[in-house]
Design a protein around this ligand. Structure first.
Ligand code: MOS
Length: 758
């Protein structure tokens, strides 16, 4: 792997290292559960051992007898607070201690609080429950699981997109494919465990918990606890991996808050990795049927994508990736249909590129199958089907550099040297296969606020209640301020991850860089306006200059012909020690209530497929080489090249890091990752990092990220398209296509394992 960060090209920012990088790798970053808390008591969860039924009795005596046990919060103890409301903020409507009904395996039945972590754990394990048990349905193919149409069930998925007459077009197509694909259950498994520390000072509640949504959680937790949101503070300065898992607030947060209130002491609950599988969210398993028809020249004339997703009984969680797959190419007729399968499982949630990862996996496999059926090069097949406008609403793309990505990645990969004949390439005992696929991710942004100070000493302070989940957003927000205010990066400090800061939207949907940088840009521009107005006043070196001629560089306001004034001197003429600006960004098309909703923790997303003027996506192309041992069928990925275009790249190092991590995850999805579900008990089996496989260093060899320059002024003021979730879209399909090229076996069910290739 090449460690040097890519040199910035047009419309790209400097590859500065992350400002939190050293703190994280030297152990100085204080994660929420690391924060010292005086007199803290420790919580441990007891969870159900059945997936469906009722708790008829709880036996707590043995747990209470453990020395150091202080309290057990269980049925009846949450009656005075409200249940979680499934939606944008709460992970599920399941309120585990409000009623004795069991919806899934591993559901919380009690929280033990003790003087030590060990005592709490021991006591939690001694809690016994009696159940009235019913036979659970684990998911697909389980008797008793209910299949319903997804559209309209939740605001997350409004409609099954379609266009034209699919049946007629498919019936008339000379070349057709009809194939089924599947993706498994996956759990995020961030290295940092899930935890909640609740501290009350009088009626003020402070929660330390890793969170992608401090403003949303403040509002939802206050609603559940029936207290004023102004009395709730969520603090989450460092997050050790999230990927969506720390976006929704789970039932535990309010339970720990209630425990701390009744004990009159801070309570900290760190959830074991095993228990996290059932008490947090996850990526549900999906199935797909794709039918595609094409004419002899390779033009797609008909495309149908049906998807099925598992969810819990009470909550219609849906990802519905047909919104993107239905708009990907110039298809002719389009038909889509998404269905939910309700089973006795915990409610799923968003996990990195939630809709695209499974749905584009199916689409891009089908694209490769169709290219084979047409005897076309898969890159050329995609070129032939490049759309001028998306096929559903006939809206233009705000920008679309997909074929530039294909061409640059193909070139770097050496695609031209590929012998298209299946099974024709090998090296000793290793069969070689090469495949490619498209990556796509919707470009959205949401309302966001930021505060920026510039002091007379040339220090800049940036605040926004966004979240550094490892993406580099703190760094790029600082870079935006440094660039606009003409200071070096080491003079900039950036605060995030606290609900007392100016509100920012949930750090999900790859919206953070675009939303935060647009707000920071606006605040900085307001500071510039004030500075410039003062600088062009009488008597100074820039007297009479026009605003638009001015810029700030290295602490100086620079005018035409080399005239300049020190920022410090301009601030002195204003008789202030600092300029502070508070700015609110609202995306184009935002409703009149959009900013009010931001403060209430309900930010509106704009962009993607929703805007009137255009559809907005970031694109990429990924090329993979696989080597499969002729005898053992061991599968290796020695090489992967991805080229991506995502508007303005704020920082080529953090961008590459996100894309690289995404592709590595894509290899994991292709070859390693799956939560195994025991269908008899609707129970997750491999609930630890020993048995839940993810790629390790030895699995990743040569990995190249190419950043393709792109300018898009339509997406948002910062010109940024999110890319945090782009990299792992398409990777698994590229691997599957390469496996086919090497072996002639089309593996349609992930993950691809040795046993499927024997
Ligand atoms: Mo990301 S799965 O939208 O947190």
């Amino acid at each position: 792997m090449n460690a040097a960060a890519p040199q910035p090209k047009e419309n790209m920012g400097a590859p500065l290292p992350r400002i939190d990088g050293r703190l994280k790798v030297t152990g100085q970053a204080t994660y929420p559960a690391d924060l010292p808390a005086a007199n803290v008591a420790y919580g441990a969860l007891a969870t159900s051992s059945i997936a469906r039924g009722r708790v008829t009795a709880l036996h707590l005596d043995n747990a209470r007898a453990v020395p150091g046990v202080l309290d057990i919060v269980t049925y009846g103890d949450m009656d005075a607070v409200d249940k979680p409301k499934f939606g944008n903020t709460a992970a599920a409507s399941i309120a585990p201690l409000h009623d004795r009904k069991v919806f899934h395996d591993g559901q919380i039945i009690a929280l033990v609080v003790a003087e030590t972590f060990e005592a709490a754990e021991e006591a939690a394990l001694l809690i016994r429950a009696d159940y009235a048990e019913e036979k659970p349905s684990a998911g697909f193919d389980s008797p008793g699981a209910t299949t319903v149409a997804a559209a309209g069930k939740s605001p997350m998925f409004k409609e099954d997109v379609k266009s034209g007459d699919f049946d007629a077009a498919y019936g008339a197509a000379p070349v057709r494919i009809d194939a089924r694909y599947s993706t498994p259950t996956q759990h995020h498994n961030p290295i940092e465990l899930f935890s909640t520390t609740a501290m009350w000072q009088g009626d003020q509640l402070t929660i330390h918990e890793p969170s992608q949504n401090v403003t949303g959680w403040k509002a939802e937790l206050a609603r559940q606890l029936k207290i004023d949101p102004a009395k709730v503070r969520i603090v989450s300065p460092y997050i050790g991996g999230a990927f969506g898992s720390k976006g929704p607030m789970t039932a535990r947060t309010a339970i720990v808050a209630v425990a701390a209130r009744r004990l009159g002491r801070p309570v900290r609950c760190v959830v074991s990795r095993m228990q996290a599988f059932g008490t947090q969210t996850y990526r549900a398993e999906t199935r797909h049927r794709i039918r595609m028809g094409a004419d002899k020249d390779g033009r797609i004339t008909a495309f149908a994508h049906e998807g099925w997703e598992v969810t819990s009984r009470p909550d219609p969680y849906v990802v519905g990736g047909t919104s993107a797959t239905g708009r990907m190419y110039d298809y002719g007729a389009v038909l889509t249909q998404v269905s939910l399968v309700q089973a006795d499982r915990n409610t799923p949630g968003y996990m990195r590129s939630p809709p695209e990862t499974p749905y584009v996996y199916a689409l891009e496999n089908a694209m490769d199958e169709m290219a084979v059926a047409l005897a076309m090069d898969p890159v050329e097949f995609r070129r032939v089907n490049e759309p001028k406008a998306e096929p559903i609403g006939r809206k233009p793309f705000s920008s679309r550099s997909l074929m530039q990505c294909y061409d640059q990645a193909a070139d770097a990969f050496g695609w031209a040297k590929r012998d298209a004949k299946v099974g024709s390439m090998h090296d000793g005992d290793w069969l070689i296969g090469m495949g490619c696929a498209t990556a796509i991710y919707p470009t959205s942004s949401a309302p966001c606020a930021a505060r920026v100070w510039l002091t007379v000493d040339g220090d800049v302070r940036v605040q926004s209640g966004s979240h550094e989940i490892g993406t580099g957003v703190r760094t790029v927000a600082g870079q935006m301020a440094a660039e606009r205010l003409g200071v070096a990066m080491d003079r900039v400090s950036v605060e995030m991850g606290d609900s007392t800061l100016p509100p920012a939207p949930v750090s999900g949907g790859s919206i953070s860089t675009a939303s935060v940088c647009s707000a920071v840009l606006k605040a900085c521009d307001a500071i510039r306006t004030k500075l410039f107005a003062a600088a062009i006043g009488e008597g100074g070196p820039l007297a009479g200059a026009h605003n638009e001629e001015l810029d700030i560089l290295d602490g100086k306001i620079i005018g035409k012909g080399g005239a300049s004034a020190k920022v410090e001197d301009v601030l002195k003429t204003l008789r202030v020690g600092a300029i502070e600006e508070y700015a609110e960004y609202a995306p184009k098309g935002a409703s009149p209530e959009a900013l009010k909703k931001l403060y209430a923790g309900q930010p509106e997303f704009h962009g993607g497929e929703q805007d009137e003027d255009s559809v907005k996506y970031a694109f990429g192309a990924e090329f993979v080489e696989v080597r499969i041992n002729r005898l053992t069928r061991e599968i290796r990925v020695p090489r992967i090249v991805g080229a991506f275009a995502a508007g303005r790249i704020m920082n080529t190092r953090t961008a590459r890091s996100q894309l690289m991590g995404g592709m590595i995850w894509g290899i994991g999805q292709a070859l390693h990752e799956a939560t195994e579900v025991d269908s008899r008990y609707a129970r997750y089996v491999n609930r630890d990092l020993q048995d839940y496989l993810v790629p390790v260093n030895a699995d990743i060899k040569d990995l190249q990220v190419i950043l393709v320059p792109e300018i898009d002024r339509e997406v948002n003021p910062a010109g940024v398209k999110g890319l945090g979730e782009l990299g792992n879209v398409g990777t698994a399909a590229a691997v599957a296509s390469a496996v086919y090229h090497a072996t002639g076996k089309r593996i349609r069910d992930l993950p691809i394992r040795i046993e499927q290739l024997i």
